[in-house]
Design a protein around this ligand. Structure first.
Ligand code: ZN
Ligand code: FE
Length: 255
């Protein structure tokens, strides 16, 4: 059984610590300090690092951690990331803390982006900056079509899958979602819940695939209310799901 614990980093990043007995793996350690503090406080040992993509807020701590621990660093194929010892591709799988994790390539936010999925005893998804609660990552390197395909992969996972993304963006994503999907009553209720949590500085993660399917406009591209609002925004009649995604991504970028 893996326990997943959030370690806060920078202003809104979570470094996810996967803990089993005294052994720990961390996902996307942008900063080594919160990880080292957590290990020292609990007398835990770091056994490995999982990286989702090359951005510095996800990789910046690799060097300090591997200076102290001689451990494997899993990540995408990208020679811009220093310190990767195990390069991962679509459909590879790795064994972490006695659980199998399957690798998905999910380009869009960046071209190298991968996600880690375990469906053994617990269904866990570590999806970096691809799928956020209530939104998706900005398209820095990939195309809307790539992000669409990536999100299709993730939305087809078992609905009880817990979604661990890297940033606490839920409230800001929902500020937008309630405008683009203004007739979604479930979303409105969830938005109030999230606002109350954030007022108390509480975490809104993990989400689940089930929840995202009901609140996340980027997974609801067949919702007539979203298509109609997006068509108004773009001043064209949107037909294809990928065009709706492209439009609401651009809308959100300027929101
Ligand atoms: Zn990123
Ligand atoms: Fe990030």
């Amino acid at each position: 059984m893996i326990e997943v614990i959030p370690l806060k980093a920078f202003t809104d990043n979570y470094i996810w610590a996967l803990v089993s007995k005294e052994s720990v793996y961390v996902v996307d350690p942008g900063d080594a300090d919160p990880v080292l503090e957590f290990l020292d406080e609990n007398n835990f040992t770091l056994e490995g690092i999982l990286i989702t993509h090359h951005h510095f807020d996800h990789t910046g701590g690799i060097k300090n951690l591997t200076n102290r621990y001689d451990i494997p660093v899993y990540g995408p194929v990208n020679n811009r990331i220093e310190g990767i010892t195990h390069e991962l591709k679509e459909n590879n799988s790795i064994s972490i803390l006695n659980e199998e994790f399957k690798i998905f390539e999910v380009p869009g936010h960046t071209l190298d982006h991968i996600a880690y999925y375990s469906e053994s005893s617990q269904k866990l998804l570590f999806c970096g900056d691809t799928l956020f609660s209530g939104g998706c990552g900005r398209l820095f390197e990939g195309t809307p079509a790539q992000m669409y395909d990536s999100l299709q992969k993730l939305k087809s996972l078992s609905s009880e899958t817990l979604v661990y993304c890297t940033h606490e963006y839920t409230e800001s994503n929902l500020n937008f979602a309630v405008v683009v999907n203004n007739e979604n009553e479930f979303l409105k209720d969830y938005y109030s819940e999230v606002k109350a949590k954030r007022k108390k500085d509480e975490i809104t993660l993990p989400s689940s695939i089930k929840k995202e399917l009901s609140i996340n406009p980027f997974l609801r591209l067949t919702d007539k209310n979203i298509i109609s609002n997006a068509s108004n925004f773009a001043s064209i009649n949107l037909v294809k799901e990928v065009d709706t995604l492209k439009t609401i991504r651009e809308w959100k970028d300027n929101f």
